[in-house]
Design a protein around this ligand. Structure first.
Ligand code: DX5
Ligand code: ZN
Length: 214
């Protein structure tokens, strides 16, 4: 079962509430929320208060992708705000194992994120502890970038590791996902597809989501 997680980074910020309800109605499975701090990546987007504002508007899981330095300092805030999943970059913390465990202890799903230039095997020490691995398929920071084809090698490697250990771990992909790249990622082993521009710039959200799902 492939899950689609529209990224609200590509939504109209002045109509965030309506956009969230529209994508739920259009068949989205998760809502992907890109938190950027101006340090780990140059832009600043929004924080836990945005999650708190969206929480009452949808019953879908809120999937918080933390593109922040020292994500360990944010877990409690996002958990209290109503997040269902929190993912943290291996490149952003010195305390990966501890941070993943504090996400789990808060009762949330935990994800570990890899940039396109990061070696996939770095997740091996925590792969039994996470619910999903997020393989970035662009460099994080901006929506609307082109998919980086070499990230397919990392997806395949992650799929082999997860199958080898027989773990119930999903592979999420994020960045430049459209109908064509989604197909390639699913063939490589991805199970959760994040898509921003290809959904929010489409005329019909429902059609766009169904086509990406394949
Ligand atoms: C990039 C973000 C993505 C972004 C994807 O740093 O993590 O979630 O919103 O946007 P598209 O689908 O437009 O590449
Ligand atoms: Zn993201």
């Amino acid at each position: 079962m492939i899950k689609i997680a529209p990224s609200i980074l590509a939504s109209d910020f002045s109509r965030m509430g309506e956009n969230v309800k529209e994508i739920e109605h259009a068949g989205a499975d998760w809502i992907h929320i890109d938190v950027m701090d101006g340090q780990f990546v140059p832009p600043i987007t929004f924080g836990h208060q945005m999650v708190e504002a969206i929480r009452p508007l949808t019953s879908l899981p809120l999937d918080v992708h933390l593109m922040v330095q020292a994500p360990e300092n944010q877990i409690e805030y996002f958990a209290k705000a109503g997040a269902d999943c929190i993912s943290v970059h291996v490149e952003a913390t010195n305390h990966l194992h501890k941070t993943i465990h504090s996400i789990k202890q808060a009762g949330l799903k935990a994800g570990v994120v890899l940039n396109p230039g990061t070696y996939a095997d770095v997740v091996i020490p925590v792969i039994q502890d996470v619910d999903f691995v997020l393989q970035m398929t662009v460099n994080p920071g901006f929506g609307g970038q082109s998919f980086i084809p070499t990230t397919l090698n990392n997806i395949k490697r992650l799929r082999a590791l997860i199958d080898e250990y027989q773990l119930p771990v999903d592979i999420q992909v994020d960045g430049g996902i459209n109908v064509e790249t989604a197909k390639a990622c699913v063939e490589a082993g991805a199970t959760i597809l994040v898509a921003g521009s290809s959904i929010f710039q489409a005329d019909h959200y429902e059609k766009a989501i169904a086509e990406i799902r394949g």
